[in-house]
Design a protein around this ligand. Structure first.
Ligand code: ADP
Ligand code: MG
Length: 701
């Protein structure tokens, strides 16, 4: 732990590196502070003289914290954040410098945008894009720089980042949810926000082994590796006691996150050996997204200080559970309500059921979008592999809530199964059971009492896309509901009819059983729920007409922007597989094949020397034969993969065609190559085997 925080309590140093509202209130003139708050809350642009004052205060504060530079910090489509640092210095002409930072520099930056993915939106010759200060997210100091969260656009106005659509989608939910609240007679709430608490899984491995694995270094996952004698079958790691080295890491990580104002809260061991989880206290979606990006970055940095490497890849080890990110999502209004809390009064119950039904309808109608938000080459290894939800999107609401929906649909009364029940406002529904804590871990989208938990996301993914999808889908359904209800003469009656109709038409998306079973996949197919097995199957649906219409309606994306995003994601898929294939080829030609040959020679020599003194060589001969056979297969598999990869250039008609080729031809050849190499690993002496094994990676921290 750093000296700065050693003798302080968490409460003393929490957020000490954040230019927070409190810091602003202390350091800004009252009128300036008020304008900034207005900008923060209502998005009104900051006047330039006000911006100058804010910038100056920010600079002074940052310099006191040791900062020498500032950077606009943004989320381009690479999925990781980007930054370009400028020093505060301005030469005075006499060989000296003064430290300056203007309002203009705070509000707008112009990074060279040509090397960020744009999916054809911005030709390189008109490379300029700009970053615009996002005052909804606080600036902070890290590694001697002042970080200013920003949105990133092209000069022609197309968005090039993951932040802008998220803010737009939050705005859409705000507007539509307020319409619903007004219908329920609420005139107090003026702002509705979506909230997110992302649970982040990760692996820790020893750096000395990591450094010997080119696959981990270049691709984030092991491309080779036979299963260790012990896997996760004893189930002794989940919530198990935390080893000292890991515990020291977690402590250090927490304190670094707390300094940045990140509400790191829960930490524990996960199911797989060497796997862990961190969950923060939830906050509004945009801040949660910024914080999750920072959390991933700091997880990696702090690990290095402990001689560890933090792996965020979705599937670092074959045969061992991979890592996901559970996106806990809810909606709250600024009069203190969680709109997904069933509530205690009949009025609250009905309002809750309205939001619930809107979500059910939305998830049913736009399931492919949620699937797309979790689509990546890395996550393809997890979804549907009985460690993460299937690729079919469905919703779990639990038995008790199910009985309420059944009763609404059928116009019957809910059976009272406990004394702990709520009154409900519809005649046919006298009571509403309160407890919804039933947990179903196999559902991709589960109601967990007062929020939904979306469990498909991969650990390395930005949470931004998922939340853009969620927010926009829900805005769409709330808008449809509000359109219908606002024109009704009798609100109660219209609402009841609307809920009954919605449940009837959309209950097919609800599944409360075991999502990992084969029967469910068959049942889902009968229900007509899409099963978009891989990234390549899912992504093209981004451009389905109804999806485009919805995003355009709420001004989240234009069709051009969706096309560019689809293209970027498909290209990324092919690039990832290509890098993995190249890495496999490199390792198998330079390390694995030579090791196989060397060991074959060693055994053959043993055969020869034993023969010379008339000893029985049956065992050695058998091993040599097996080695020789495996080596030949390996050589063949290497050549096949080489050819397949080179042949990819004949499949470049479109990003989709290429991605399909990579999946069907290149990826499957990689799997064949791996199987042979792993068999060799089990045959060759560990003295000769050139790369650290799964046992070393998983059991030595
Ligand atoms: P579990 O592993 O049992 O699912 P965790 O405690 O690891 O639960 O994570 C639950 C996450 O849900 C936390 O990040 C928590 O802050 C978040 N959460 C709780 N309430 C809400 C809410 N209203 N909106 C969004 N996220 C929430
Ligand atoms: Mg958890």
């Amino acid at each position: 732990m750093s000296d700065q925080v050693q003798n302080q309590t968490v409460a003393d140093y929490f957020g000490c590196n954040v230019f927070s509202d409190t810091v602003m209130r202390d350091r800004l003139p009252k009128n300036v502070y008020k304008s900034v708050m207005k900008t923060k809350k209502f998005g009104v642009p900051l006047e330039s003289d006000v911006a100058d004052v804010v910038a100056n205060a920010m600079k002074d504060w940052a310099i006191e914290k040791g900062a020498t530079h500032y950077t606009h910090w943004f989320h381009p489509m690479t999925g990781v954040t980007a930054e370009k640092h400028d020093a505060f210095i301005t030469p005075t002409g006499d060989g000296h410098v003064i430290l300056e930072f203007s309002g203009k520099e705070l509000v707008k930056g112009e990074p060279d945008a040509s090397s960020f993915p744009s999916g054809g939106l911005r030709a390189t010759f008109e490379a300029r894009g700009y970053t615009a200060w996002d005052p909804t997210s606080n600036a902070f100091v890290k590694d001697d720089s002042l970080y200013i969260p920003t949105a990133f656009c092209s000069y022609t106005g197309e968005i090039l980042d993951k932040k802008t659509p998220l803010l737009r989608s939050m705005e859409a939910v705000n507007e539509q949810a307020l319409r619903i609240l007004r219908l329920f007679g609420n005139d107090k709430a003026t702002r509705v926000s979506t909230t997110v608490g992302p649970e982040q899984e990760y692996f820790l491995v020893d750096k000395k082994y990591y450094d010997q694995r080119k696959d981990l270094i270049l691709t984030g996952r092991t491309l080779f590796g036979a299963m260790p004698p012990k896997g996760q079958e004893l189930e002794d790691h989940y919530f198990g006691n935390i080893k000292q080295r890991v515990s020291d890491y977690m402590k250090d990580l927490d304190s670094e996150l707390w300094k940045l104002g990140i509400y790191a809260k829960t930490k524990h061991n996960e199911v797989a050996p060497a796997q862990h989880e961190l969950a923060p206290v939830f906050t509004t979606s945009n801040i949660a997204s910024d914080h999750n990006q920072l959390t991933m970055e700091i997880m990696k940095k702090v690990a290095l200080k402990h001689g560890l490497v933090c792996l965020l890849h979705e599937k670092p080890f074959a045969g061992v559970n991979g890592s996901g990110k559970h996106n806990n999502w809810s909606i709250s209004s600024n009069d203190g309500q969680n709109l997904l809390d069933p509530g205690k009064t009949p009025q609250d119950n009905m309002q809750f059921l309205t939001f619930l039904c809107a979500i059910i309808k939305g998830v049913h109608e736009y399931a492919p979008l949620l699937r797309i938000s979790a689509a990546s080459a890395g996550n393809d290894h997890r979804l549907g592999a009985n460690e993460a939800p299937p690729a079919v999107v469905s919703m779990f609401i639990g038995e008790e809530l199910q009985s309420v929906l059944d009763a609404i649909e059928n116009g019957t009364a809910v059976e009272k199964n406990s004394s702990n029940v709520f009154e409900i406002g519809v005649d046919a529904l006298p009571n509403f059971p309160k407890d919804a804590t039933d947990r179903n871990r196999t559902s991709p989208f589960a109601f967990t009492g007062n929020k939904f938990e979306f469990r498909m996301l991969g650990s390395a993914d930005s949470i931004s896309c998922t939340n853009v999808m969620m927010n926009t889908i829900v805005a769409q359904e709330l808008c449809e509901f509000a359109d219908e209800l606002e024109k009704a003469d009798n609100f109660k009656k219209a609402l009841k009819n609307l809920l009954v109709k919605t449940i009837k038409e959309h209950k097919a998306i609800i599944f409360n059983g075991n999502g990992y079973s084969d029967e469910w996949l068959e049942e889902a197919a009968r229900r007509g729920l899409p099963n978009l097995v891989s990234t390549v199957d899912a992504l093209p649906h981004y451009l389905d007409e109804k999806n485009v219409a919805m995003f355009e309606k709420f001004k989240v994306y234009t069709k051009t922007e969706i096309a560019s995003r689809t293209e970027i994601l498909l290209e990324n898929y092919s690039k990832v597989i290509n890098i993995e294939a190249l890495t496999m080829l490199d390792m198998s030609k330079k390390l694995i094949l030579p090791a196989a040959i060397e060991y074959t020679k060693e055994i053959s020599d043993a055969v020869a020397s034993k023969k010379a003194i008339d000893l029985d060589t049956a065992v050695e001969t058998k091993i040599a034969e097996k080695l020789s056979c495996l080596t030949a297969s390996l050589y063949e598999a290497i050549n096949t993969l080489d050819e397949k990869r080179i042949n990819s250039k004949n499949h470049e008609d479109s990003a989709e065609t290429l991605a399909r080729y990579y999946r069907d031809e290149v990826f499957s050849s990689m799997q064949s190559l791996r199987a042979i190499a792993d068999e060799l690993e089990m045959t060759v002496s560990s003295k000769v085997w050139p790369i650290p094994t799964y046992s070393e990676l998983l059991y030595t921290v």
